[in-house]
Design a protein around this ligand. Sequence first.
Ligand code: OOG
Ligand code: NI
Length: 267
Amino acid sequence: MHSDVNALFHALWENYRTVTPSADRIHSLLAERETKAIVNDHIALRTFNLAPVGLDALAKHFLALGYTAGGEYHFDAKKLYARHYEHADPNLPKVFISELLVDQCSPELQSIVQKLVAQIAPTATEADDFLYSGRHWTLDYATYQTLLAESEYAGWLAAWGYRANHFTVSINHLESLQSVEEINTLLKANGFTVNQAGGEVKGSPQDCLEQSSTMADRVPVHFSDQQAIIPSCFYEFARRYPTDAGKLYTGFVAASADRIFESTDSQ
Ligand code: OOG
Ligand code: NI
């Protein structure tokens, strides 16, 4: 368990950027327009709802650093449950953690995932580096394809394991660009692909949250029997609005999140 929150996010970022070539390019594109450092709105992590790696085992790392649980979110069609965590320090990123409800999936998927999770050391989740420790199991390409065919989320998680699947720029903290639309225009002008699912801008001022994301980079990955080029991680952009109480909304919007998951889809 990390005792230094900045060290944890730094390690998560370093791990993320090694598999996400767009991350540095997009970060530079924004940073060169700004006088202050880019602030992250949130990051996201994925897991299976099986011991010892359920959502709470990941959350524990953040609770130990002073984070508290925020809202919970249900994604019935994707068979996912999620919760967000936030810190009293508004400059620390929020954390969105989801888990696949394995028991709701097909017997074949359940059996595959149980075999993957059985390879994880019982105390693995306690390690300082667990949240960026990648895959803890062997996986062949055909098994990856089987998982993908039923659940894009299961396939991605089996291939990539534990790591931040995206970082999110806080548009509220930018000086040069004010809106999600402006960010999307800049991204497209520089050759990046913006996630179109449900529209390029997800959410509205009424939701108190507007978001967009790139489609994940595609990079080579070693499976136990072959190498293949598959989606890795993506970048997201979020603009928050005040709620009626006057403070910026700190939660997420399930309908938007549902489509942001699709940023790592393989087709
Ligand atoms: C999380 C997707 C949801 C958001 O900001 O609503 C999300 C994921 O892809 O793991 O990041
Ligand atoms: Ni996000």
